[in-house]
Design a protein around this ligand. Structure first.
Ligand code: FAD
Length: 412
């Protein structure tokens, strides 16, 4: 008589509902559409997930990186996961399980029906000298209360683009941050299904030691959303809530988030910063960090490519233009300025090819791209052109930039 087959064990991919901030990044990243959500949770379908890991590095919280050994026939279904408020503990497996758990199908295009994980354009590691970030100190269940100590518009009053600079103070409560990190805001109220609104993420616009140096505060750059991505009228829940806050109002905050889009900490590191609109927030944070170190001899070169429709729609235009030109090399790309040809950040990168190339050749240079979804492709094409023009191989340099944590994207 044949011995019974051992019970097959699955290493099941799960998302921690207590930490997940419902930002949709994982669902957008998954190459096989294994991730779905309802108004409660983001979940992974065990019938589809192939364990390719493409969703793990982009997740801002790490909530995506959870695994449980389960008997395959008893894997947690999508329905089970949608109802969870917290992750279940480890199950006790039967004694007759297979020796090796199955991590679903390998992420290999050679396996029929299984797509290979896409290669990310940016790095999944921080620069080697980045300071160590704190993440997930405050969650949905344990948010921290911050007080609004400033809220004013930083774009021309006569423009459609209503962008606010908002300063939040944490008082005595610890909220350690680094430039390039983001925080989550829990807007009050409920959605159409009566569930609390999910958190929205906002990049820090201030450096690690505070909007005002030595104070336990930070700033955000928030664009009031009045239209959806297709241009139809829409009322953005969180951005309108934030832009309408008054001094002394309080806000529920979670985070901080982000462990890769961080600035290098070693002396004379160079920064190439490429942004549009509110993508300027992390660039402001990094620039201000560098400005506060002026005079130490530790500052490398700063090169900024900043895109907007017009000067008046460019957040922080006034203060930016007051910065010394020998401290930061500012390149403004305006796409709708009267009497000027349309220019986008990628046009200026090509125009400044020689300087960009010199900086790229220096291993102390890190590149940060932040702003509209879709700008990634244009920027990568421009960087490629700049490198290829000089007879170098872009694919080798691109891979080195990723491996060494020197090329970072944050688009939304
Ligand atoms: P929602 O109520 O969520 O959406 C309303 C409608 O507007 C929907 O149809 C939606 O599809 C559409 N929509 C959503 N966002 C936008 C948008 N940006 N432009 C046009 N239409 C939109 N935003 C900032 O303003 N400043 C930041 O520094 C910032 N940093 C971010 C960092 C990260 C890592 C991520 C993932 C996002 C960041 N965002 C930032 C975007 C922010 O999290 C919100 O998505 C944005 O404020 C819209 O939220 P809402 O609640 O107002 O709109």
């Amino acid at each position: 008589m044949n011995a019974p087959l051992p019970v097959e064990v699955l290493k099941q991919h799960l998302i921690d509902p207590e930490i997940c901030i419902r930002c949709n990044t994982c669902e957008e990243t998954c190459p096989v559409d294994a991730i779905t959500h309802d108004s409660n949770n983001y979940v992974v379908d065990p019938e589809i997930c192939n364990g390719c890991m493409a969703c793990v590095p982009p997740c801002p919280t790490g909530s995506i990186d959870n695994w449980r050994l389960v008997v395959r026939a008893e894997a947690y279904s999508v329905q089970d996961q949608l109802g969870w408020e917290e992750l279940p503990g480890e199950k006790v497996l039967p004694a007759d399980t297979a020796a090796e758990p199955v991590l679903l199908a390998p992420a290999d295009a050679s396996v029929p029906g299984v797509a290979a994980a896409p290669v990310a354009s940016g790095a999944s590691v921080p620069p080697w000298s980045a300071a160590h970030p704190y993440v997930n100190l405050y969650t949905h269940k344990t948010p921290v209360t911050a007080t609004v100590v400033g809220n004013y518009r930083v774009t021309g009053a006569d423009t459609e683009s209503d962008i606010h600079h908002i300063v939040l103070d944490f008082g005595e409560q610890p909220f350690p941050v680094l430039e390039g990190q983001s925080i989550g805001i829990l807007p009050p109220g409920t959605d159409a299904q009566g569930r609390p609104h999910y958190a929205r993420q906002y990049s820090l616009a201030s450096p690690r030691d505070g909007e005002r140096a030595g104070y336990n505060n930070l700033s955000l750059t928030v664009k009031r959303v009045t239209q959806d991505h297709g241009g139809a009228a829409a009322h953005g829940v969180c951005s309108n809530y934030l832009c309408d806050l008054a001094r002394n109002d309080t806000v529920q905050v979670i985070g901080p988030f982000g462990h890769t889009f961080l600035m290098p900490n070693h002396p004379r590191a160079n920064l190439i910063m490429i942004c549009t609109g509110t993508g300027s927030a992390p660039m402001r944070a990094m620039t201000e960090r560098s400005r506060r170190l002026l005079g130490t001899g530790d500052i490398g070169k700063l090169m900024l490519f900043f895109g907007a429709r017009t000067e008046r729609e460019l957040p922080y235009f006034g203060p930016l233009m007051k910065l010394p030109r020998d401290f930061i090399d500012i390149n403004l790309a305006l796409s709708r300025e009267a009497g000027q040809p349309k220019r986008y950040v990628q046009d200026l990168i090509r125009e400044r090819a020689a300087d960009v190339r010199d900086l790229l050749a220096d291993r102390n240079t890190c590149i940060y791209v932040c702003g509209l979804k879709g700008m990634e492709v244009g920027v990568l094409d421009a960087l490629q052109d700049v490198v290829v023009q000089s007879g170098k191989d872009w694919s080798i340099l691109h891979e080195a930039l990723r491996r060494e944590g020197r090329l970072h994207f944050e688009t939304y």
